[in-house]
Design a protein around this ligand. Structure first.
Ligand SMILES: [Zn+2]
Length: 301
């Protein structure tokens, strides 16, 4: 008897030490999306994006889009950055097939954590793939957590002024899922500390108040940049291209350039929510722009 074909098997949990902290990146889910172009750069830059894809050995017509929250155990508190897609696609007809079912809770358990163990949930921003796992059937998924939310982001979605057409449903979700958490939330701005060793960084643009986070323990540093860059080739090698899902496109370009420059200059490790799993790497300067260098073993030593 020949051995049975087993199909694909891929890692979804990665844990390492950052000084005195345990850090894990956990893939909540992923989708295959069609077309890097026109999402990145619009029709005007289609040929350039296709050429860039070919030069980097990836298809231009289909790309893998992972959703990978980061969880940090400081030894005192368990801090979860974003919650993945949750059961949004099951609970909302219009999201069926657009967002995958979130697996975060099951995979957190594989990493040794129950939902009750999460002390702090940090929301980098209010897009569906980041807030979807906060509730299930109207119940809080992380019942003991306090919430840390960017003040600018919260005000934008809560007030609901100047929400573009494509984000109107996103605003409905935010009002339903996040606004009720206000009474157990701390609202922060760039430069503020979440817990000792974790500080917010201005990454406004992709969403009105997107926050990245510096995570530091015993001199080891990690930048969790959330959605500052949404594709490991196009957004990093061409940070100037507008992206359809960026809410403030010009500000997103300026933020990408500033954060990429900082990551390259300081040589720090980066965790990116939409970078290829385990979502960890470095930014290096290349050809007048930047290049994503995937993590190999640097964080394991
Ligand atoms: Zn996202």
């Amino acid at each position: 008897m020949p051995a049975k074909l087993q199909g694909e098997m891929q890692p979804t949990i990665y844990r390492f030490k950052l000084g005195g902290f345990d850090v894990a990146t956990i893939m909540d889910s992923k989708v295959i999306r069609s077309g890097l172009t026109p999402s990145f750069g619009g029709e005007a830059h289609a040929a350039e994006v296709k050429a860039l894809a070919a030069a980097n050995h990836i298809e231009a017509d289909r790309y893998e889009h992972p959703f990978t929250p980061t969880v940090v155990n400081t030894g005192k508190e368990l801090v979860l950055f974003d919650t993945g897609c949750g059961s949004l696609s099951a609970e909302h007809e219009r999201l069926k097939g657009r967002l995958p079912p979130g697996q975060l809770v099951a995979r957190l358990a594989q990493a040794g954590y129950q939902p009750e163990d999460v002390d702090v949930v940090v929301l980098t921003h209010g897009h569906p793939d980041h807030i979807g796992g906060l509730t299930k059937g109207g119940q809080l998924v992380f019942p003991n957590a306090r919430y840390v939310i960017g003040a600018t982001e919260f005000d934008f979605w809560n007030k609901g002024e100047n929400v573009r057409e494509a984000r109107k449903f996103n605003r409905e979700l935010y009002v339903k899922i996040v606004v009720p958490l206000a009474n157990r939330a701390t609202f922060i701005k760039p430069g503020d500390e979440v817990v000792s060793g974790i500080t917010a960084v201005d990454a406004f643009g992709h969403s009105p108040g997107l926050l990245a986070f510096h995570i530091e323990s015993e001199g080891k540093r990690l930048l969790a940049w959330a959605d500052t860059c949404n594709h490991y080739v196009v957004a990093i090698q061409r940070p100037d291209l507008h992206l359809d899902v960026d809410d403030d496109k010009e500000k997103a370009v300026l933020t990408r350039k500033r954060v990429l420059d900082m990551a390259a200059t300081e040589g720090i490790s980066v965790a990116g929510f939409h970078m290829p799993f385990p979502g960890l790497g470095y930014v290096e300067r290349a050809g007048g722009t930047y290049r994503w260098v995937p993590h190999s073993y640097q964080l394991n030593l």
